[in-house]
Design a protein around this ligand. Structure first.
Ligand code: FNR
Length: 184
C-alpha cells in the first residue's frame, strides 16, 4: 500500500526557498510513496480555552486529521531569529493537543532547514528536533540537512543545482531506509 509523507513548510511566503526545496524533496520520493503538503497558514493560535465542543476551530480539526492520516513527516523550514517560525511552532502545538490525543507520535520524521545564510538554519533545525523528541517523532539523524547559501543553489526558474539534488536524493534514500526500519 502507498505510504504518504506529510510535508510541513515553515515559510508562508509565496516565493519561499523552503517551498522550492520541499517540492524537490516531494519529487524525489520513490515509488510506493506519495507526498501531501499540509497547510499550516490558517491555524488560529493555540488556545486551550477553545478545546470545548462547538469551539474547536475547523482548521485545527482539519489539520489534526491531515496529520493523523499520513505515515511520515517532512519538516522543511527557515530559521527565524535562531528558532523556528511561529507558524510552524503553532502547528506543532495544535497537533499535540488535547492532552493525550496528540497526532504526532511514532511517525518517522525528516528535518530540513534552508537559509540564505552559511549555517543553513542550524539553530532552527535543532530547536525543532527538541520539540520532536517530546512529541515522539523519531527523526533521521544522518545525513543532517542544513541547506545554506540557498540563493546560490536555485536559479530564477526555481531549478535546483544538480549536485544539490544529488544530496537531497541521498537524504531521501536514507530517510526511506529509516522509515522502512521503523514501520515494518
Ligand atoms: C529571517 N532570516 C534568518 N535566517 C537565518 O539563517 N537565521 C535567522 O535567525 C533568521 N532570522 C529571520 C527572522 C525573520 C523574522 C525573517 C523573516 C527572516 C532570513 C531567512 O532565512 C530568509 O528570509 C529565508 O529566505 C526565509 O525562507 P523562505 O521564506 O525563503 O523559505
Amino acid at each position: 500500500m502507498t505510504k504518504t509523507i506529510g510535508i510541513l513548510v515553515g515559510s508562508l511566503r509565496k516565493d519561499s526557498y523552503n517551498k522550492i526545496v520541499a517540492k524537490q524533496f516531494a519529487e524525489l520520493l520513490p515509488e510506493g510513496f506519495d507526498a501531501k503538503f499540509i497547510k499550516i497558514d490558517d491555524l488560529p493560535f493555540y488556545n486551550e480555552d477553545l478545546e470545548v465542543e462547538g469551539s474547536v476551530p475547523e482548521a485545527w480539526t482539519r489539520f489534526r486529521k491531515d496529520i493523523s492520516e499520513v505515515d511520515g513527516l517532512y519538516f522543511v523550514t527557515p530559521e527565524y531569529n535562531r528558532s523556528i517560525p511561529a507558524a510552524l511552532k503553532n502547528a506543532l502545538d495544535v497537533g499535540s493537543r488535547p492532552m493525550g490525543s496528540s497526532v504526532w507520535g511514532g511517525k518517522p520524521g525528516l528535518v530540513v532547514t534552508v537559509s540564505p545564510g552559511g549555517p543553513g538554519g542550524f539553530g532552527a533545525n535543532h530547536i525543532l528536533r527538541q520539540s520532536l523528541v517530546f512529541l515522539d517523532v523519531p527523526t533521521l539523524q544522518q545525513p543532517e540537512a542544513y541547506i545554506g547559501g540557498i540563493m546560490n543553489l536555485v536559479d530564477n526558474d526555481g531549478h535546483i543545482a544538480d549536485g544539490t539534488v544529488d544530496f537531497f536524493k541521498l537524504i531521501t534514500d536514507k530517510y526511506i531506509e529509516f522509515f522502512n526500519k521503523l514501520t515494518k
